[in-house]
Design a protein around this ligand. Structure first.
Ligand code: ATP
Ligand code: MG
Length: 379
């Protein structure tokens, strides 16, 4: 059991650098939380403060309701895998994994053996148990570091970019295994990653950090469909959401009409606070832009063919505004061709001049589509 609450947490280094700014966050017992954000925004610092490796300058850190600001890492019962991991070079892989376990609990030799073997199997390390770290590749060592933390079955498990050294195929396998591991053991996890797919697939909750500030917290699909700021809109989703500069023509609580380079686009948002002539940013994901016979004219600048889909990098005609369009891989699109696109109003996001999103007049339930179901006739 581990519930974590951060209340007004700040981190100021002795050199005066204010790295974490008034962070408030609640993580439920058993939740898989993912921290994302640009390099240097404070993800590792936050994690190290949770672990007890970094002093908290002000604010309260609570584990299951108890303030733990002054508890040592061991007293917090936390398992951690670092961005740069360190194994004991003189010990075998078996001993490295076993070490974490011996520290934490009193167990019989058989229990220890069972636990180490189980973790080794899960991490595909069984054949390496007798080796020394120096005989392993970087990816293999990283898996040992994960094993050493997992084997203790910690109530709170912190992972800082644990898969970053692995090749693509192994990353996918490890991602699925971590998801299984979490479902099985239900420990509370905080996971830092730069990888969009890891964040979207593993997280119950994503925390977007920006320059030491918690920018938005929500489920992966909440952040994807309802980003509250332009920053989150640009950060969640790959390739990123298109952002077009426009001015308000008409606005009410149900919708806004926006002029973009002489063309009109509409967004189903509560725009009652917008004024005519105001500058706004219209956001639309590349997969939501529709090719049509009329609409906004765009010129194809380059094409990336990915097989299942193609990415058309376009520019609005007579303008320097760019628009990325995602089309099926079977569509033959040529460089320099001029196409016309529609921006469906229910897919458009709108951001005011402070980069805050206007509330969409659409709910998560509206976005759910059910697949056609096969009915089995019994008679
Ligand atoms: N001891 C220190 N003294 C002063 N500033 C520090 C110290 N340690 C880290 N920082 C600064 O804190 C900021 C946040 O660093 P942190 O390692 O938390 O970033 P991060 O989000 O984990 O980045 P990355 O994605 O690159 O791992 C950086 O600007 C870094 O320079
Ligand atoms: Mg980091």
């Amino acid at each position: 059991m581990a519930q974590l609450t951060l209340e007004g947490i700040n981190k100021v280094y002795p050199d005066g650098a204010h790295i974490i700014k008034n962070a408030n966050l609640h993580i439920e017992d058993g939740e898989f939380t993912v921290f994302v954000g640009p390099s240097g925004c404070g993800k590792s610092t936050m994690l190290r403060m949770v672990a007890g490796l970094e002093e908290i300058s002000s604010g309260d850190m609570k584990l299951d309701g108890e303030v733990v600001n002054n508890l040592s890492p061991n007293e917090r019962g936390i398992g951690m895998v670092f961005q740069s991991y360190a194994l004991y070079p003189h010990m075998t892989i078996y001993e490295n994994i076993e070490f974490g376990l011996k520290l934490a609990k009193k167990l019989s030799k058989e229990e220890i053996e069972q636990a180490v073997n189980r973790v080794a199997e899960m991490l595909e390390l069984t054949h390496l148990l007798g080796q020394k770290p120096s005989q392993l590749s970087g990816g293999q060592r990283q898996r040992v570091a994960i094993g050493r933390a997992i084997v203790r079955n910690p109530t709170l498990f912190l992972l800082d970019e644990p898969l970053s050294n692995l090749d693509a195929a192994l990353r996918v396998r490890m991602r699925l295994q971590l998801a299984d591991y979490h479902k099985e053991l239900k420990s509370t996890v905080i996971y830092v990653t730069h990888d969009q797919v890891e964040a979207m697939t593993l997280a119950d909750k994503i925390v977007v950090l920006r320059d030491g500030i918690v920018e938005q917290v929500g489920s992966p699909l909440e952040l994807y469909h309802f980003p509250q700021t332009l920053f989150v809109a640009g950060f969640i989703g790959s390739p990123k959401m298109n952002q077009l500069a426009g001015t308000v023509i008409n606005a009410d609580a149900q919708h806004a009409a926006v002029e973009i380079e002489g063309c009109e686009a509409h967004a189903q948002v509560d725009a009652s606070l917008l004024n005519q002539g105001e500058s706004v940013t219209l956001g639309i994901r590349p997969e939501d832009v529709e090719l049509a016979n009329d609409g906004l004219p765009v010129r194809v600048i380059s094409v990336e063919q990915l097989g299942t889909e193609s990415l058309l990098y376009t520019q609005i005609v007579d303008s320097d505004q760019e628009l990325l369009v995602r089309v099926p891989g079977t569509m033959a699109a040529e460089r320099h061709a001029v196409l016309r696109v529609q921006l469906p109003s229910d897919k458009c996001h709108l951001f005011d001049s402070n980069e805050k999103a206007l509330k969409r007049n659409i709910k998560m339930e509206d976005l759910v589509e059910l697949p056609p179901q096969l009915t089995t006739e019994t008679n």
